[in-house]
Design a protein around this ligand. Structure first.
Ligand SMILES: *[C@@H]1O[C@H](CO)[C@@H](O)[C@H](O)[C@H]1NC(C)=O
Length: 216
């Protein structure tokens, strides 16, 4: 392994905090929408699927259900090496109706400046990220009521496709065949921050009113 990989760069530390934040934020989104991984068994235990805890001095939800926690944790930590390299452009939490049509997307758009060299104050970064968590906790009225048979997933949009031969991490990621919207979506900004080396935007996407509907 390249010896540079052992040296903690400003990006390295920032991305570590970002990934931890994403895990908490995605859990908050799933909690906000009242959705659990899948099927009847999980919905029976849904009332105790989350517990409150403090993170970055904000009250957030923690997934108590191991399957839910595992999915979010392994997906987001699997992204770490790609975010480090600046390859990930967006991370989205996508909600689908029973016909596999996307009805709502929470999108984290991120830019990690690869040439930034100065030290980052972690407390400043955490303060900025904390405001995303606080904003998220009051976002529910902006979101859509989901059908009862809906599903959700975490999707990452890469700037270039990681080649699976070169990295074990890339094998976790499979190209999606999800049906996309044909019209540009309606965007509702939730929160953004522009700092070095990280810029982050969180927004909601809904299908445009002229989007052809293939179902009710
Ligand atoms: C990235 O960081 C470098 C070094 O600090 C700076 O000169 C440059 O303007 C930054 N680029 C962007 C796009 O912010």
């Amino acid at each position: 392994m390249d010896s540079r990989d052992n040296k903690v760069t400003p990006q390295g530390e920032t991305v570590q905090i970002l990934v931890e934040f994403l895990e908490v934020a995605i859990t908050s989104i799933v909690f906000l929408k009242g959705i659990y991984p899948s099927g009847a068994i999980l919905s029976l235990i849904c009332l105790c699927a989350f517990e409150r805890r403090r993170y970055m001095n904000a009250v957030v939800q923690r997934a108590r259900h191991p399957e839910l926690q595992d999915y979010i944790h392994s997906t987001v930590s699997g992204l770490l090496p790609f975010i480090q390299k600046g390859l990930v452009e967006r991370v989205a939490v996508i909600f689908f109706n029973g016909e596999n049509i996307q009805v709502e997307r929470f999108v984290f758009k991120l830019i990690v400046n690869q040439s930034y060299k100065s030290k980052v104050e972690n407390s400043d970064l955490e303060f900025a990220l904390r405001s995303f968590l606080i904003k998220l906790s009051v976002t529910e009225p902006l979101t859509k009521t989901l059908p009862t048979d809906c599903k959700w997933e975490i999707t990452a949009y890469f700037q270039t496709l990681p080649s699976s031969g070169t990295s074990k991490d890339a094998e976790l990621w499979i190209p999606t065949d999800t049906k996309q919207w044909q019209q540009p979506p309606i965007i509702t900004p939730i929160k953004s921050m522009h700092s070095q080396p990280l810029s982050l935007q969180l927004y909601l996407e809904h299908p445009s009113l002229s989007e052809p509907k293939s179902c009710e």
